[in-house]
Write a protein of this length. Structure first.
Ligand SMILES: C[S@@+](CC[C@H](N)C(=O)[O-])C[C@H]1O[C@@H](n2cnc3c(N)ncnc32)[C@H](O)[C@@H]1O
Length: 85
């Protein structure tokens, strides 16, 4: 297993890599309006394997995103979820 660090603009909604086992996206969605948050959220879920873990910032309101039903809550306060479908 290896880690690769690279710059990526989430707003492009394009990333050739993935799907990933783990996505940590803390305190980034807060910069976007609600519509863009929803798009980026769905994009991140597309890039996450079923069974993979995704984490957001503890104050981010991801519960209202369109594809939220693809996630199981592991830690609500810490905004840590597992993709179930
Ligand atoms: C408040 S910092 C959070 C840093 C870190 N994730 C944390 O929780 O400590 C917000 C981060 O969002 C990144 N960011 C803002 N717009 C972005 C975009 N369109 N694509 C990717 N990252 C973005 C910024 O570069 C910055 O690193």
């Amino acid at each position: 297993m290896s880690a690769v660090f690279e710059v990526h603009d989430l707003v492009s909604l394009y990333w050739e890599k993935g799907p990933f086992d783990l996505i940590v996206c803390r305190n980034v969605l807060i910069y976007f309006n609600t519509q863009l948050q929803d798009k980026v959220f769905s994009f991140l879920l597309e890039k996450l394997k079923v069974g993979g873990i995704i984490a957001f910032g503890s104050r981010e309101s991801v519960f209202y995103c369109q594809d939220f039903n693809q996630l199981e809550i592991l830690d609500q306060d810490a905004r840590i979820f597992r993709k179930i479908g």
